[in-house]
Design a binder for this molecule. Structure first.
Ligand SMILES: [Fe+2]
Length: 267
């Protein structure tokens, strides 16, 4: 399995605080059957985001990790991209500073509240520049839990969706779990990822979620979300053909019948 969202780099954000934790996270991920990890520290107003510093941290982790017998994980770099004005401007100019493995997929995280109205325009400009936004954990966003239909236009444009493995297991509460189930049922999800921050509260584990998805939606779906699609994102390739999503192309405001048009609803 391939994990495209993981706060493995130590001392940079609210992920691993030190090298030992990073090494414990890699060990846990490997035991779980994860073969590739993209290290995706936050790029937001709280933390300094420096691709050079990220590469140096990863080199430190790899040097220690490769000393372990059986070390087999392949690492990549990216970021957990906050949709702030400054970030967006910079990413449109220098996309590979932020994209997964400096290729063409970008993890984007919404603010918890008040998603700006111009998101479609932002995503359109990203797509025009060859950046495919991956909407991270919409099932944990209060606005999108209430109004999942806001994602329709973005997904139709070409955005992709990542659900957190822990949400499928109920680790983020009932509302996130129900939202994850609805997204999975409707086939609006393209990736499962760990969004790991440590080995206890937000661990780097995909296997349990893989198995639930395999049991509920089929082995092929689990393989697609945990292996095939994330591998394509890791290497900057197009995703293979995806199963037909449910309800994505329905009119949001279907035209009402003749009487409805003659006598519009009073509000
Ligand atoms: Fe994250």
């Amino acid at each position: 399995m391939i994990d495209i969202h993981h706060h493995l780099l130590f001392g940079l954000d609210d992920g691993a605080p030190d090298l030992d934790t990073s090494l414990a996270m890699v060990d846990m991920a490997q035991r779980d059957g994860i073969t590739h990890i993209v290290c995706t520290p936050h790029a937001n107003g709280h933390y300094v985001f420096s691709p050079e510093e990220n590469a140096a941290r990863l080199a430190e982790i790899e040097t220690q990790y490769r000393k372990c017998a059986g070390a087999s994980i392949t690492f990549g770099l990216g970021c957990d991209f906050h949709l702030s004005f400054d970030n967006i401007e910079d990413a449109l100019q220098y996309p590979t500073r932020y994209t997964l493995n400096a290729k063409n997929y970008l993890l984007v995280e919404f603010p918890d509240f008040a998603i700006p109205q111009n998101m479609a325009q932002v995503f359109y400009e990203m797509l025009l520049r060859g950046i495919t936004p991956i909407l991270t954990h919409p099932e944990r966003n209060q606005t999108l839990i209430r109004e999942p239909e806001r994602m329709k236009e973005w997904i139709r444009m070409g955005c992709r969706v990542q659900v957190t493995a822990g949400s499928v297991l109920g680790r983020f509460g009932k509302a996130a779990q129900r939202s994850a189930e609805q997204l999975l049922r409707n086939r609006w999800v393209h990736f499962l990822a760990t969004d790991a921050h440590d080995v206890i509260h937000r661990p780097p584990l995909l296997r349990a979620a893989y198995e639930i998805v395999a049991r509920t939606y089929g082995q092929e779906c689990a393989e697609c979300l945990c292996v095939t699609n994330p591998r394509a994102a890791f290497y900057g390739e197009l995703l293979p053909e995806q199963p037909e999503p449910v309800g994505l192309f329905e009119e949001e405001n279907p035209k009402r019948g003749l009487l409805g048009r003659i006598f519009p609803r009073q509000r």
